[in-house]
Design a binder for this molecule. Structure first.
Ligand SMILES: [Zn+2]
Length: 452
């Protein structure tokens, strides 16, 4: 022990001395090299070419960092068509840049900074669309405008989290829907893209809608909605479904000159009209005046369906409301004439939908969320499949057809180059079991991830 301590005592200073000398030698060399390098770098930086390179470099990196690659195990790029396997979706900012076969990496595309999202064991499809919602109404709606505004914020998020990246809001409380749309577009509130009708126009202000009572009144109300920012006009062309006057023999509630006033003003501003209609004849009546969609359409006959097909008018059946009516019946909350009315509706409405499907009438999915719970918009797709519509067609109705109805086919509805990156993923295949549409594990809207 003692001898080894002695050795260490003498050896240590020697080693330090050697080390100091060695270090000083290299330090001198390095200083010289550094000076030479600084002169060289200074010369290079002062040349005009190097300035351009210096500016280009950070810009290139920023663009690459904005690029996302999704590796999709199964991709339903265009609902209604076949699925693809092992695809790479390249997203640049808010839009889809391209879709490659196989799993491509950032290095393959010379984009080393690209972010990769692994959805190799998932089912990937375009964001869903619900073309009949009331975001500011429903269980959180309350009574006043403040409650409606808060409900809109809550329901917008629920809707987006359910995989719905686009909605058409066909009836809001007050004008708050326009403000909600603006805040969502700015990215301040999480929610779907909103195409908003604002408040509903009702004849003589029936059912709480805005007044349309004679030509001047109908024109004024329609112009006022468009001035506030309405993307659509929604009219009550029959009584509300909860009222007995919405029965199959119910009369159209507009006069010809009133509905003409509404549709002509809308046409002048390039705004389409959606018509709420239950009775047999009210759909036929409004179809004469150039509406673009019939909502509910409960008692439409062959004549109305043929006219719709000929004119390319969409049917938005909102069959999901049967969930609510079945529940009311189960709980014994409706009785007498109202129960009989509901029973007739529940018997005939599904037959009307099947008839429309077999005739090739264009159908888009609308849940009527606000009347039924928000965030369960997928019930519409499930109920359509229950009626015999194929899962493939039902998914097309909830994407491609929705985009067509909204005149957004060049931007939305499919996962294709040039479209907005509205993309969702499910943990299981909805074509095999439509209930898998509920298993949303990933939501991207405008290239931004909201659920992962
Ligand atoms: Zn509705």
């Amino acid at each position: 022990m003692g001898s080894s301590d002695e050795k260490l005592y003498y050896l240590r200073p020697m080693r330090v001395m050697v080390s100091v000398k060695f270090h000083a030698f290299w330090e001198a060399i390095m200083q010289k090299i550094t000076v030479i390098l600084m002169i060289m770098v200074g010369m290079v930086l002062s040349s005009p070419i190097s300035h351009a390179e210096e500016k280009a470099k950070p810009k290139k990196q920023a663009v690459e960092k904005n690029i996302t690659l999704i590796h999709a195990g199964t991709l339903l790029a265009v609902p209604g068509q076949d699925t693809l396997t092992e695809q790479t979706i390249v997203i640049d900012g808010a839009r889809i840049k391209e879709v490659h076969a196989g799993y491509v990496t950032g290095a393959d595309l010379l984009l080393p900074y690209a972010r990769i999202i692994d959805l190799k064991d998932k089912f990937v499809l375009p964001g869903l669309m619900d073309v009949h919602v009331h975001l500011t109404m429903g269980e959180d709606g309350g009574d006043g405008p403040d409650d409606s505004a808060l409900a809109g914020v809550i329901n917008a998020k629920k809707t987006l989290m359910a995989g719905y990246t686009t909605v058409r809001d066909v009836g809001s409380m007050g004008d708050v829907i326009f403000k909600l749309r603006k805040k969502i577009n700015k990215g301040d509130i999480d929610g779907p893209r909103i195409f908003a009708a604002g408040q509903i126009i009702g004849v003589g202000a029936l059912d709480g809608g805005l007044e349309c009572n004679g030509v001047e009144s109908c024109r004024r109300t329609t112009r006022s909605l468009i001035a506030k920012g309405a993307d659509w006009i929604k009219i009550y062309s029959s009584c509300s479904g909860s009222k007995l006057c919405s029965n199959k023999d119910g009369a159209p509630v507009f006069f010809d000159d009133e509905i003409t006033a509404v549709t002509e003003v809308a046409k002048k501003y390039g705004v389409k009209v959606a018509a709420h209609s239950h009775p047999r004849d009210s759909a036929l009546f409004v179809l004469k005046y150039g509406v673009s969609s019939i909502e509910h359409g409960s008692f439409m006959n062959d004549k109305a369906l043929k006219a719709m097909k000929k004119q390319g008018v969409y049917f938005v059946p909102t069959v999901g409301v049967h969930d609510m009516l079945e529940k009311l019946k189960r709980e014994g909350k409706v009785k007498g004439r109202v129960l009989a009315h509901n029973d007739t509706f529940m018997k005939i409405h599904p037959e009307t939908i099947k008839n429309a499907y077999s005739k090739g009438v264009k159908i888009a999915t609308g849940s009527d969320a606000g009347v039924v719970p928000h965030g369960k918009n997928y019930r519409e797709i499930e109920r359509l499949v229950d009626l015999g519509i194929t899962p493939s067609d039902a998914l097309k109705m909830a994407t491609v057809n929705g985009a067509d109805l909204l005149d957004q086919s060049s931007d939305l509805g499919t996962v294709e180059a040039g479209k907005y990156a509205d993309i969702i993923a499910l943990s299981a295949n909805p074509l095999q079991d439509i209930d898998n549409i509920e298993k949303v594990i990933f939501v991207m809207k405008n290239g931004r991830i909201y659920k992962d």
